[in-house]
Design a protein around this ligand. Structure first.
Ligand code: COA
Length: 248
């Protein structure tokens, strides 16, 4: 018998740095705080919970797998200042869904600070920057005031109410690449900073926190085992490097 082995590899999940958040690949230490969120009935009011640690671990491995299978997915959301785990955000698609959805869940003690909006804005920008799609959608229960408000604020258009499967009684919103790109340009400010994963030494043009392009400071193609690929600027109108693109 001859055994042939391939080289084990890990999925490279790019890191996105916004003004207050780091959207990054998942770590084992995220499981406990994420499980606490998933066990909270108020957080899960319009989601498919509450559920416990085991289901959280299955969900996280599924979310990681989406990156490998689809070339996009959900990040862990980290507070850029404190390093605390704040939730999850990014994109998702399942069989039968009409398109790639952007979604977010933020730890309840941080609601109302604009972080949900910031994370969805980054997810839209990343999607239109890196995925071969002309439209992104979001869906949320019609009574989920916060998420409906985020969709409106970011210029997404109401497309109707879905009444099947997980979309029962859900408002569906969409925005096209052209609509997203035609949103007003941001006022810029200059920032130089350090993240927990890499030192960003170059002063970078970054939008002010209240403007449409505020969310994205940088995308780094830097999974835990990648050794670090070149940083890629990803603001509206900025020069973009395309040395390496994700799977799709
Ligand atoms: C929906 C959610 C992501 C909003 O996050 P957030 O960080 O509070 O969002 P923001 O601070 O950017 O605020 C967005 C809107 O939510 C509103 N909001 C925040 N907390 C709220 C609350 N407890 N009840 C009602 N509305 C709330 C804000 O006032 C804001 O509305 P406005 O634009 O009219 O002022 C957050 O409540 C959450 O994680 N909920 C649980 C998961 C979920 O339902 N996700 C959406 C499904 S994809």
């Amino acid at each position: 018998m001859t055994l042939t082995y391939g080289v084990p590899s890990r999925c490279d999940i790019p890191t996105v740095v916004t003004s207050r958040l780091i959207l990054r690949g998942w770590r084992p230490e995220d499981l406990a705080p994420y499980a606490a969120m998933n066990a909270d009935p108020e957080t899960m009011r319009y989601l498919d919970g509450p559920f416990g640690v085991d289901a959280t671990e299955r969900l996280v491995t599924h979310l990681i797998g989406m990156w490998s299978l689809r070339g996009h997915g959900m990040w862990a959301v980290e507070d850029r200042g404190s390093g605390e785990f704040l939730g999850r955000a990014g994109s998702y698609i399942a069989q039968g869904w009409p398109g790639i959805e952007v979604a977010v869940s933020i730890r309840r003690d941080h609601w109302g600070r604009g972080l949900g909006t910031e994370a969805i804005r980054a997810s839209l920008e990343f999607g239109f920057e890196r995925l071969p799609v002309d439209e992104l959608i979001t869906s949320t229960h019609r009574d989920n005031t916060g998420m409906n408000s985020i969709a409106h604020r970011l210029g997404m258009t109401f497309r109707g109410v879905a009444d099947v499967g997980p979309w029962r009684a859900s408002n569906v919103y969409a925005i096209t690449r052209a609509e997203w790109r035609s949103r007003p340009p941001a006022t810029t400010t200059t920032v130089a900073t350090t993240t927990s994963m890499a030192t960003v030494t170059t002063a970078t043009s970054m939008a002010a926190a209240t403007t449409p392009a505020a969310a994205l400071l940088r995308i780094r193609q830097s999974g835990p085992s990648s050794g670090g690929y070149p940083s890629v600027d990803c603001g509206h109108g900025e020069q973009r490097s395309r040395k390496r693109t994700p799977g799709r």
